[in-house]
Design a protein around this ligand. Structure first.
Ligand SMILES: Nc1ncnc2c1ncn2[C@@H]1O[C@H](COP(=O)(O)OP(=O)(O)OP(=O)(O)O)[C@@H](O)[C@H]1O
Length: 251
């Protein structure tokens, strides 16, 4: 089996300090990889470089054997509509607020080529149920839903096309703790059921422990430690990871 997504030697500078300083990552099919690290360590930049939203100054990114950096914008968008998904921290960035809840889910199916209206509505209702939303509310606009519900709707919109790889940027950021816990459980369940590969950027070590098989720890644009989630969190080897884990325990 080969890696689904593989990046090698990514380097990117915005100004004087490097945002990515020689980062290599592999994500295997069905694997949840979390990137943790302090603010400004390069986590979001890595996610954007892996998903082809920005081009690194050096390095390579391959998805299922394709050179992501050589894709046209149309090619990258096609991947984003089909085999990839993207969950934004702010649900409003991943939803269309002028479209009904069911329409938000159905629209992505249509973008992937589905044309039968009845079937689109049925699948959208099914997906609302899968993310624990009442399908009888599918004609309501997302603004009628709470923050946690909007985030679950964004996840339904993202997963309805059954992607293989989902990028998640702080998916529980800004939500209440109890809402976060429910969302994390849901993401964990769906990722397992669907065999999804997930690249998760998070500040939240507890979220990384709950969801991830493997954790990368970033600092100043470099991956300073990497390993199975339990090993990294229970037996951190790099002094920076030790600090990160102990600050969470002390909180
Ligand atoms: N578009 C940009 N222009 C200039 N500098 C940028 C840009 N994007 C990121 N940076 C810089 O690159 C570095 C890494 O930023 P990045 O957002 O990747 O960190 P992060 O770990 O995701 O932080 P946070 O957790 O706060 O989102 C920071 O020094 C940041 O200021």
């Amino acid at each position: 089996m080969s890696a689904l997504l593989e990046a090698d030697g990514l380097r990117l500078r915005f100004g004087a300090a490097p945002a990515l300083d020689g980062v290599s990552v592999a994500i295997w099919p069905g694997e949840v990889v979390a990137v943790v690290g302090e603010s400004g360590s390069g986590k979001s930049t890595l996610l954007r470089a892996l998903s082809g939203q920005i081009t690194a100054d050096a390095g390579t990114v391959h998805y299922a054997g394709q050179d992501v950096l050589a894709l046209s914008e149309a090619g990258r968008r096609r991947l984003m509509r089909t085999e990839w998904g993207y969950v934004h921290q702010n649900a409003r960035d991943g939803l269309r607020l002028g479209v009904s809840a069911g329409g938000n889910v159905g629209e992505r199916l249509m973008a992937a080529g589905e044309r039968r209206y009845d079937s689109i509505r049925e699948v959208a209702a099914h997906w609302m149920e899968r993310v624990e939303l009442d399908p009888s509310r599918m004609d309501e606009p997302p603004r009628n839903f709470s923050g946690g519900m909007q985030q679950r709707l964004q996840i339904a919109r993202c997963l309805v096309t059954e992607p293989r790889l989902v990028f998640m940027d702080e998916p529980t950021g800004g939500l209440d703790v109890s809402v976060q816990a429910r969302l994390l459980d849901l993401i964990r369940k769906l990722a397992k059921e669907m065999g999804l590969a997930v690249f998760l950027v998070t500040h939240d070590i507890a979220a990384a422990r709950l969801l991830a098989h493997r954790i990368l720890v970033m600092r100043r644009g470099q991956v300073v430690e990497e390993g199975l989630a339990d090993r990294v969190l229970d037996d951190p080897r790099h002094p920076y990871t030790q600090l990160l884990v102990s600050s969470v325990l002390a909180a």
